[in-house]
Design a protein around this ligand. Structure first.
Ligand code: A3P
Length: 280
Protein backbone atom coordinates (compact mmCIF):
# COMPACT_ATOMS: atom_id res chain seq x y z
CA UNK A 1 0.00 0.00 0.00
CA UNK A 2 2.48 2.56 1.22
CA UNK A 3 4.74 2.06 -1.73
CA UNK A 4 2.00 3.06 -4.18
CA UNK A 5 1.75 6.68 -3.07
CA UNK A 6 3.82 9.39 -1.46
CA UNK A 7 3.23 12.96 -0.36
CA UNK A 8 4.86 15.99 -1.90
CA UNK A 9 3.91 19.58 -1.01
CA UNK A 10 1.04 18.12 1.02
CA UNK A 11 -0.42 16.46 -2.08
CA UNK A 12 -0.67 12.70 -2.68
CA UNK A 13 1.18 11.43 -5.75
CA UNK A 14 1.59 7.91 -7.02
CA UNK A 15 5.13 6.59 -7.10
CA UNK A 16 4.94 6.92 -10.89
CA UNK A 17 5.80 10.57 -10.18
CA UNK A 18 9.19 10.42 -8.53
CA UNK A 19 9.97 12.94 -5.76
CA UNK A 20 13.15 13.89 -7.65
CA UNK A 21 11.13 14.77 -10.74
CA UNK A 22 8.62 16.76 -8.69
CA UNK A 23 11.52 18.60 -7.09
CA UNK A 24 13.09 19.45 -10.41
CA UNK A 25 9.91 20.82 -12.01
CA UNK A 26 10.87 24.41 -11.16
CA UNK A 27 13.84 24.12 -13.49
CA UNK A 28 11.75 23.13 -16.52
CA UNK A 29 12.06 25.32 -19.59
CA UNK A 30 8.70 25.77 -21.27
CA UNK A 31 8.51 26.87 -24.90
CA UNK A 32 6.18 29.58 -26.09
CA UNK A 33 4.29 27.18 -28.34
CA UNK A 34 3.71 24.49 -25.69
CA UNK A 35 0.07 23.71 -25.02
CA UNK A 36 -0.95 22.44 -21.59
CA UNK A 37 -3.86 20.08 -21.18
CA UNK A 38 -4.80 20.50 -17.54
CA UNK A 39 -7.23 18.51 -15.43
CA UNK A 40 -8.01 16.97 -12.12
CA UNK A 41 -8.17 13.19 -12.74
CA UNK A 42 -11.44 11.81 -14.15
CA UNK A 43 -12.55 15.11 -15.66
CA UNK A 44 -12.33 14.04 -19.31
CA UNK A 45 -8.59 14.26 -19.94
CA UNK A 46 -8.51 11.40 -22.46
CA UNK A 47 -11.50 12.76 -24.33
CA UNK A 48 -9.99 16.21 -24.72
CA UNK A 49 -6.58 14.78 -25.66
CA UNK A 50 -8.25 12.78 -28.43
CA UNK A 51 -9.94 15.89 -29.81
CA UNK A 52 -6.78 17.98 -29.70
CA UNK A 53 -4.77 15.31 -31.48
CA UNK A 54 -7.36 15.09 -34.28
CA UNK A 55 -7.33 18.87 -34.60
CA UNK A 56 -3.58 18.99 -35.08
CA UNK A 57 -3.43 15.93 -37.32
CA UNK A 58 0.19 14.82 -37.01
CA UNK A 59 2.21 17.97 -36.52
CA UNK A 60 2.53 17.73 -32.76
CA UNK A 61 3.67 15.39 -29.99
CA UNK A 62 1.30 14.47 -27.19
CA UNK A 63 3.66 13.79 -24.30
CA UNK A 64 2.93 11.91 -21.10
CA UNK A 65 2.17 14.20 -18.13
CA UNK A 66 5.02 16.45 -17.09
CA UNK A 67 4.88 14.98 -13.58
CA UNK A 68 4.98 11.36 -14.82
CA UNK A 69 8.28 9.52 -14.60
CA UNK A 70 11.66 10.01 -12.97
CA UNK A 71 14.19 12.78 -13.02
CA UNK A 72 15.15 12.12 -16.64
CA UNK A 73 11.70 13.27 -17.76
CA UNK A 74 12.49 16.94 -18.27
CA UNK A 75 15.46 16.06 -20.45
CA UNK A 76 13.25 13.78 -22.57
CA UNK A 77 10.81 16.62 -23.10
CA UNK A 78 13.69 18.92 -24.05
CA UNK A 79 14.69 16.53 -26.78
CA UNK A 80 11.37 16.77 -28.61
CA UNK A 81 11.78 19.05 -31.59
CA UNK A 82 8.11 19.45 -32.55
CA UNK A 83 5.35 21.34 -30.83
CA UNK A 84 4.47 19.74 -27.50
CA UNK A 85 1.02 19.08 -26.10
CA UNK A 86 1.72 18.46 -22.42
CA UNK A 87 -0.94 16.97 -20.12
CA UNK A 88 -0.78 17.59 -16.40
CA UNK A 89 -2.78 17.06 -13.21
CA UNK A 90 -0.51 19.45 -11.31
CA UNK A 91 -1.97 22.06 -9.03
CA UNK A 92 -1.60 25.54 -10.57
CA UNK A 93 0.88 26.52 -7.88
CA UNK A 94 3.16 23.58 -8.70
CA UNK A 95 3.34 24.25 -12.42
CA UNK A 96 6.86 25.11 -13.65
CA UNK A 97 6.89 28.93 -13.59
CA UNK A 98 8.15 29.32 -17.16
CA UNK A 99 4.72 28.19 -18.42
CA UNK A 100 3.31 31.35 -16.88
CA UNK A 101 6.24 33.56 -17.88
CA UNK A 102 6.03 32.50 -21.51
CA UNK A 103 2.23 32.72 -21.48
CA UNK A 104 1.77 29.24 -22.88
CA UNK A 105 -1.72 28.22 -23.84
CA UNK A 106 -3.50 26.05 -21.29
CA UNK A 107 -6.85 24.28 -21.52
CA UNK A 108 -8.39 23.36 -18.19
CA UNK A 109 -11.17 20.81 -18.26
CA UNK A 110 -13.63 20.70 -15.36
CA UNK A 111 -16.39 18.26 -14.45
CA UNK A 112 -19.07 18.06 -11.80
CA UNK A 113 -17.07 16.88 -8.76
CA UNK A 114 -19.84 14.51 -7.68
CA UNK A 115 -19.40 12.57 -10.91
CA UNK A 116 -15.63 12.80 -10.50
CA UNK A 117 -15.85 11.27 -7.02
CA UNK A 118 -17.88 8.34 -8.39
CA UNK A 119 -15.59 7.88 -11.39
CA UNK A 120 -12.50 7.98 -9.18
CA UNK A 121 -14.02 5.53 -6.71
CA UNK A 122 -14.50 2.93 -9.44
CA UNK A 123 -11.06 3.70 -10.77
CA UNK A 124 -9.43 3.18 -7.39
CA UNK A 125 -11.11 -0.19 -7.13
CA UNK A 126 -9.94 -1.40 -10.53
CA UNK A 127 -6.49 0.12 -10.74
CA UNK A 128 -3.62 -1.89 -9.21
CA UNK A 129 -1.50 1.28 -8.97
CA UNK A 130 -3.82 2.84 -6.42
CA UNK A 131 -4.30 1.96 -2.74
CA UNK A 132 -7.17 -0.36 -1.77
CA UNK A 133 -10.49 1.27 -0.93
CA UNK A 134 -12.86 -0.44 1.46
CA UNK A 135 -16.17 1.28 0.75
CA UNK A 136 -17.88 4.09 -1.14
CA UNK A 137 -18.76 6.09 2.02
CA UNK A 138 -15.15 5.91 3.14
CA UNK A 139 -13.86 6.94 -0.27
CA UNK A 140 -16.26 9.87 -0.44
CA UNK A 141 -14.89 11.11 2.86
CA UNK A 142 -11.33 10.81 1.56
CA UNK A 143 -12.34 12.73 -1.56
CA UNK A 144 -13.92 15.55 0.42
CA UNK A 145 -10.83 15.80 2.62
CA UNK A 146 -8.53 15.83 -0.38
CA UNK A 147 -6.86 12.60 0.76
CA UNK A 148 -6.77 11.11 -2.73
CA UNK A 149 -4.21 11.18 -5.54
CA UNK A 150 -3.65 14.69 -6.91
CA UNK A 151 -5.07 16.16 -3.70
CA UNK A 152 -8.25 18.08 -3.19
CA UNK A 153 -10.51 18.72 -6.21
CA UNK A 154 -11.53 21.99 -4.59
CA UNK A 155 -7.96 23.24 -4.17
CA UNK A 156 -7.08 22.12 -7.68
CA UNK A 157 -9.87 24.15 -9.25
CA UNK A 158 -9.14 27.17 -7.06
CA UNK A 159 -5.44 27.11 -7.90
CA UNK A 160 -6.22 27.21 -11.63
CA UNK A 161 -9.11 29.61 -11.31
CA UNK A 162 -6.63 32.32 -10.35
CA UNK A 163 -5.67 32.30 -14.04
CA UNK A 164 -9.21 32.30 -15.38
CA UNK A 165 -8.96 35.71 -17.00
CA UNK A 166 -5.57 35.10 -18.61
CA UNK A 167 -6.11 35.27 -22.33
CA UNK A 168 -4.08 32.12 -22.82
CA UNK A 169 -6.21 29.97 -20.54
CA UNK A 170 -9.40 28.27 -21.71
CA UNK A 171 -11.82 26.62 -19.26
CA UNK A 172 -13.98 23.81 -20.63
CA UNK A 173 -16.75 21.83 -19.00
CA UNK A 174 -17.21 18.10 -19.47
CA UNK A 175 -20.97 18.65 -19.31
CA UNK A 176 -20.80 21.13 -22.21
CA UNK A 177 -18.90 18.56 -24.26
CA UNK A 178 -21.76 16.14 -23.65
CA UNK A 179 -24.34 18.75 -24.64
CA UNK A 180 -22.69 20.34 -27.65
CA UNK A 181 -19.47 18.65 -28.72
CA UNK A 182 -19.21 20.42 -32.12
CA UNK A 183 -19.51 23.77 -30.34
CA UNK A 184 -16.73 22.86 -27.92
CA UNK A 185 -14.48 21.51 -30.69
CA UNK A 186 -14.97 24.74 -32.62
CA UNK A 187 -14.11 26.70 -29.52
CA UNK A 188 -10.94 24.68 -28.92
CA UNK A 189 -9.80 24.97 -32.53
CA UNK A 190 -10.27 28.76 -32.45
CA UNK A 191 -8.38 28.97 -29.15
CA UNK A 192 -5.49 26.92 -30.55
CA UNK A 193 -5.54 28.77 -33.85
CA UNK A 194 -6.06 25.61 -35.89
CA UNK A 195 -7.99 25.77 -39.16
CA UNK A 196 -10.92 23.38 -39.44
CA UNK A 197 -13.96 22.94 -41.65
CA UNK A 198 -17.51 22.05 -40.60
CA UNK A 199 -17.07 18.56 -41.97
CA UNK A 200 -13.71 18.24 -40.22
CA UNK A 201 -15.39 19.09 -36.95
CA UNK A 202 -18.12 16.54 -37.57
CA UNK A 203 -15.51 13.90 -38.22
CA UNK A 204 -13.62 14.73 -35.03
CA UNK A 205 -16.83 14.47 -33.01
CA UNK A 206 -17.48 11.02 -34.42
CA UNK A 207 -13.96 9.80 -33.79
CA UNK A 208 -13.98 11.04 -30.22
CA UNK A 209 -17.35 9.64 -29.20
CA UNK A 210 -17.34 7.46 -26.10
CA UNK A 211 -18.17 4.29 -28.03
CA UNK A 212 -15.62 4.91 -30.73
CA UNK A 213 -12.85 5.57 -28.21
CA UNK A 214 -13.81 2.61 -26.05
CA UNK A 215 -13.89 0.23 -29.00
CA UNK A 216 -10.58 1.46 -30.40
CA UNK A 217 -8.88 1.16 -27.04
CA UNK A 218 -10.07 -2.40 -26.60
CA UNK A 219 -8.65 -3.32 -29.98
CA UNK A 220 -5.26 -1.69 -29.56
CA UNK A 221 -2.29 -2.59 -27.48
CA UNK A 222 -1.30 0.51 -25.60
CA UNK A 223 2.15 1.34 -24.38
CA UNK A 224 1.70 1.89 -20.61
CA UNK A 225 4.42 4.56 -20.70
CA UNK A 226 2.44 6.56 -23.20
CA UNK A 227 -0.31 7.89 -21.04
CA UNK A 228 -2.06 11.24 -20.67
CA UNK A 229 -2.94 10.53 -17.03
CA UNK A 230 -0.39 9.65 -14.35
CA UNK A 231 -2.81 7.17 -12.80
CA UNK A 232 -3.53 5.22 -15.96
CA UNK A 233 -1.79 1.88 -16.06
CA UNK A 234 -4.37 0.41 -18.35
CA UNK A 235 -6.27 2.61 -20.76
CA UNK A 236 -9.08 0.09 -20.97
CA UNK A 237 -10.17 1.10 -17.46
CA UNK A 238 -10.86 4.69 -18.56
CA UNK A 239 -14.04 4.17 -20.57
CA UNK A 240 -16.44 3.18 -17.82
CA UNK A 241 -19.77 4.94 -18.37
CA UNK A 242 -19.08 8.37 -19.83
CA UNK A 243 -22.30 9.89 -18.54
CA UNK A 244 -23.45 13.01 -16.72
CA UNK A 245 -25.16 12.51 -13.36
CA UNK A 246 -24.07 8.99 -12.44
CA UNK A 247 -23.53 10.36 -8.92
CA UNK A 248 -27.29 10.03 -8.37
CA UNK A 249 -26.88 6.26 -8.49
CA UNK A 250 -24.31 6.37 -5.70
CA UNK A 251 -25.02 9.25 -3.31
CA UNK A 252 -27.50 8.93 -0.46
CA UNK A 253 -29.33 12.18 0.34
CA UNK A 254 -27.20 12.52 3.45
CA UNK A 255 -24.01 12.14 1.42
CA UNK A 256 -25.33 14.73 -1.01
CA UNK A 257 -25.94 17.20 1.82
CA UNK A 258 -22.47 16.56 3.21
CA UNK A 259 -20.95 17.07 -0.23
CA UNK A 260 -22.80 20.32 -0.82
CA UNK A 261 -21.81 21.63 2.58
CA UNK A 262 -18.12 21.19 1.74
CA UNK A 263 -18.67 22.47 -1.79
CA UNK A 264 -20.45 25.62 -0.64
CA UNK A 265 -17.81 26.32 1.97
CA UNK A 266 -14.82 25.75 -0.28
CA UNK A 267 -16.21 27.23 -3.49
CA UNK A 268 -18.14 30.20 -2.07
CA UNK A 269 -16.11 32.68 -4.12
CA UNK A 270 -15.45 30.52 -7.15
CA UNK A 271 -16.78 31.77 -10.47
CA UNK A 272 -15.77 28.55 -12.18
CA UNK A 273 -17.82 26.47 -9.73
CA UNK A 274 -20.90 28.60 -10.37
CA UNK A 275 -20.92 27.42 -13.94
CA UNK A 276 -20.93 23.75 -13.02
CA UNK A 277 -24.04 21.92 -14.03
CA UNK A 278 -25.96 20.42 -11.16
CA UNK A 279 -28.83 18.44 -12.58
CA UNK A 280 -30.34 17.67 -9.22
P1 A3P B 1 -16.69 7.72 -15.96
O1 A3P B 1 -15.83 6.96 -15.01
O2 A3P B 1 -17.74 8.53 -15.25
O3 A3P B 1 -17.26 6.87 -17.04
P2 A3P B 1 -10.09 11.07 -17.50
O4 A3P B 1 -9.84 10.86 -18.94
O5 A3P B 1 -9.81 12.49 -17.05
O6 A3P B 1 -9.42 10.06 -16.64
O7 A3P B 1 -11.65 10.91 -17.27
C1 A3P B 1 -12.28 9.66 -17.38
C2 A3P B 1 -13.79 9.85 -17.46
O8 A3P B 1 -14.12 10.44 -18.73
C3 A3P B 1 -14.55 8.55 -17.37
O9 A3P B 1 -15.77 8.83 -16.69
C4 A3P B 1 -14.74 8.22 -18.84
O10 A3P B 1 -15.78 7.32 -19.11
C5 A3P B 1 -15.04 9.59 -19.41
N1 A3P B 1 -14.80 9.65 -20.87
C6 A3P B 1 -13.69 9.26 -21.54
N2 A3P B 1 -13.84 9.41 -22.86
C7 A3P B 1 -15.07 9.91 -23.05
C8 A3P B 1 -15.83 10.27 -24.21
N3 A3P B 1 -15.32 10.13 -25.43
N4 A3P B 1 -17.08 10.74 -24.03
C9 A3P B 1 -17.60 10.86 -22.80
N5 A3P B 1 -16.95 10.54 -21.66
C10 A3P B 1 -15.69 10.07 -21.78
Amino acid sequence: EDDLVHTFNGITFTTRSSPELLNSLVTFDAREDDVLLVSYPKSGTHWLAEIIMHLYASEVALTSPIEFGDVSKLEQLNCLSCKRIIPTHLDGDMLPPTFWLKQCKAIYIIRNPKDIAVSMYHYYRENPNLPTIDSWPHFLQMFLQGNVVCGSWFDHVLSWEKHRSDKNTLFLYYEDMQKDLPGVVKNVSAFLGVNTTESGIGEICEKSSFNEMKTNTEKENHDPNHTVCVLTSNRKLIFRKGAVGDWKNHFTSKQNRMFEETFNKKMAFSEVAKHLVYEC
